[in-house]
Ligand binder design. Structure first.
Ligand SMILES: Nc1ncnc2c1ncn2[C@@H]1O[C@H](COP(=O)(O)OP(=O)(O)OP(=O)(O)O)[C@@H](O)[C@H]1O
Ligand SMILES: [Mg+2]
Length: 312
């Protein structure tokens, strides 16, 4: 890893407690611990695809903050700009396996990351990076975190750093009108936008995938990648639309983190000079492989694993 990360992500990491047995969360007796938080997943995915990557956040000086520092150290994700708050409690969430599918319960109110503010954004690191990644979740957790995200985008634009943005709309975090206003403004400030089809429809009002991609592109970003789950993705670059076929996996068991992995893998390949179509094909394979294991981070594939799958 070089001293100056090429890719910087800003957001909230959260420890994941995934119920080990089927049944409602209140009856769960044991949990498998994992790592979550869309922007942290992104950073790990980019690092595993070979990019020099750094992360900006606030965590507590609690055990869960330590768990994340250890993760980023293992993964080679630079944490020089991670602030540890004395007495802070790093956010956590619980996944239950109810009869209607997975349930997500978040304990993140008052988390250190919700106190992210413009002063936490390291201008020199943003200027020295080649790509800055932000997400709608980071903007939804608090007004100061939303201000931090806009400040980071502004710094990136002033210093010629590419801005990538994933709306990652979570209806539980904010009302849709506020989300739409902030997300669509962020799209205008971004070079590359990576929504999924559901949030794309909700935010743009368009329906057909091509129309959704075009609605985002009309706001200014040069590149839009619309993620469509098992249907793959749609790339719009300089006005040309290309379908990215899904990579067929035998048994998808857990889609969590697939979108974040797509984003991180795409960013990593782009910075190596890959044409967007090639980067998107690589990212679709990386994201598909992520669905074959439980948890967000553990199944994120290495560069070698993606290349092996692509050549098979
Ligand atoms: N079942 C699947 N089979 C093959 N590829 C998949 C599958 N599910 C997801 N993918 C790949 O992963 C990419 C991202 O998945 P998805 O569209 O679910 O993103 P997302 O909704 O942003 O995810 P997230 O829940 O992480 O926010 C897809 O564009 C596709 O390339
Ligand atoms: Mg997503």
């Amino acid at each position: 890893m070089s001293a100056v990360p090429d890719i910087l992500a800003v957001g909230e990491p959260m420890l994941e407690f995934n119920a080990a047995e089927d049944g409602p969360l209140h009856a769960a007796g044991s949990f498998t611990v994992g790592y979550g938080g869309d922007s942290s997943n992104f950073a790990v995915a980019a690092a595993r695809s070979g990019a020099s990557t750094g992360y900006v956040t606030r965590i507590g000086d609690d055990e869960f903050g330590t768990a994340f520092l250890r993760l980023w150290e293992r993964e080679g994700v630079d944490a020089a700009h991670v602030v540890r708050e004395p007495g802070g409690r790093t956010g956590v969430y619980f996944i239950g396996r109810g009869p209607e599918g997975s349930t997500f319960t978040y304990y993140r109110d008052g988390s250190p990351a919700s106190r992210l503010a413009p002063a936490d954004i390291p201008e020199e690191a943003v200027a020295n990076a080649r790509l800055l990644h932000l997400t709608g979740i980071t903007q939804a957790i608090s007004t100061s975190a939303a201000d931090a995200a806009f400040h980071a985008m502004d710094l990136a634009r002033r210093h010629g750093t590419l801005v990538t943005y994933d709306p990652n709309h979570r209806p539980a975090l904010w009302p849709v009108e506020r989300a739409r206003a902030i997300v669509m403004r962020s799209v205008e400030l971004s070079d590359i936008v990576l929504p999924n089809i559901e949030e794309g429809r909700l935010l743009t009002g368009a329906h057909a995938p091509e129309a959704v991609a075009e609605a985002f592109a009309a706001r200014g970003p040069r590149t839009v990648v619309l993620k469509m789950g098992a249907d793959g993705a749609l790339l719009s670059h300089d006005g040309t639309i290309t379908r990215i076929d899904p990579y067929r996996v035998e048994r998808p068991v857990d889609p969590s983190g697939a979108g974040d992995t797509f984003d991180g893998a795409f960013a990593a390949r782009l910075l190596e000079g890959a044409p967007p179509v090639e980067a998107a094909r690589y990212a679709a394979v990386a994201a598909a492989l992520t669905t074959t294991g439980h948890g967000a981070v553990r199944p994120i594939p290495s560069r070698a694993a993606v290349e092996q799958a692509m050549s098979a």
